[in-house]
Design a protein around this ligand. Sequence first.
Ligand code: PLP
Length: 369
Amino acid sequence: MNTRPVFHGSDIEKICEYYHLQKENIVNFGANVNPLGLSENVKSAIASHLDLLSSYPDRAYTSLRETIAGYCGIPADFILPGNGSSELISLLIESRMPKHTLILAPTYSEYSRELTFSGSTQEYYHLQEERDFRLDVEDLCRTLENGGYDFLILCNPNNPTSSAIMQDNLRGLIGFCETHDIFVMIDETYVEFAPDISAVTAVPLTTEFQNLMVLRGVSKFFAAPGMRLGYGITGNSTFLRQMREKQIPWSLNSIGAFAGEVMLKDTDYIRKTRALILSERDRLYQALSADPDYKAYQPYANFILLRIMKQGVTSFDVFERCIKKGLMIRDCASFQCLDGEYIRFCIMMPEDNTRLLHQLRGLSVNTDF
Ligand SMILES: Cc1ncc(COP(=O)(O)O)c(C=O)c1O
């Protein structure tokens, strides 16, 4: 068994330095970014609009909000664009000023980090491994009822479990929270990868509930993490105004605002991405579900969580075996509330996925760690 060196599982620069690898030679299965890369349409549109950098963006982002409204099927007044969903997570918490927060976990660590600056106490509600990390809504409601919470954070589909809560269950849960004065934040960074988006998204519920904000962005699905475009959606106009008042003016730059419109209208790219991810995810999930060395959980996002079932093999062992072949997966050891040996990897191009599968499936035949 290997000892774990000190780098964060997603820190590609440190990992390259430690293993003496070139970043260009690594397939990054850890970043959860669409392997198609930026769409050619977007690249050429940006190239021919660089002069936009010479002017401030429209402070109200009117045209972008209208495009997002068309893309999501909700009114433009419900939308607040920002500097990635990260800015909106921070702004929402700062504006909401919760006192006592419940976070569905294991999950993305930024929620907890932001909450530490807010003065809110925070607790985790653990998704149960025995239930394959699927939520028991009634049990969560009991916890909410007894705990005196005023804020609930969900990531749907969830990172790193790739599990999802269906819209019907969300409606019940948000309704329950409404009657108990609990505000709900749902991070839908990965929702466009879901097999059936309309079965998972809470966006239509923003027309029914005032205690809800949904966050989305273009970093993962549109392969544009450097663009820093995210948006919040809420039917609570008073709260949206409060957030906007706190937001730094022009927080999204003019190229980001322009390119965001091109991306969301790029139906060809959207179709190609979904075709690639849905078929490859299914292929990998089927193959790994049949492998006794792993337990694979039903994926709804563009990544798969695996529990290593082979005695004596750690997540770091598997990480190291893969990185030595230039395949960087995520060792999930740093995730809170995830006890056991887990790895996560996202769907990349078919030939890279096949290389990864080959490394992962060799555990029983090749114990060369
Ligand atoms: C669940 C989740 N939310 C938000 C983000 C950050 O998104 P953005 O680039 O839009 O700030 C990430 C990035 O990994 C994520 O996994």
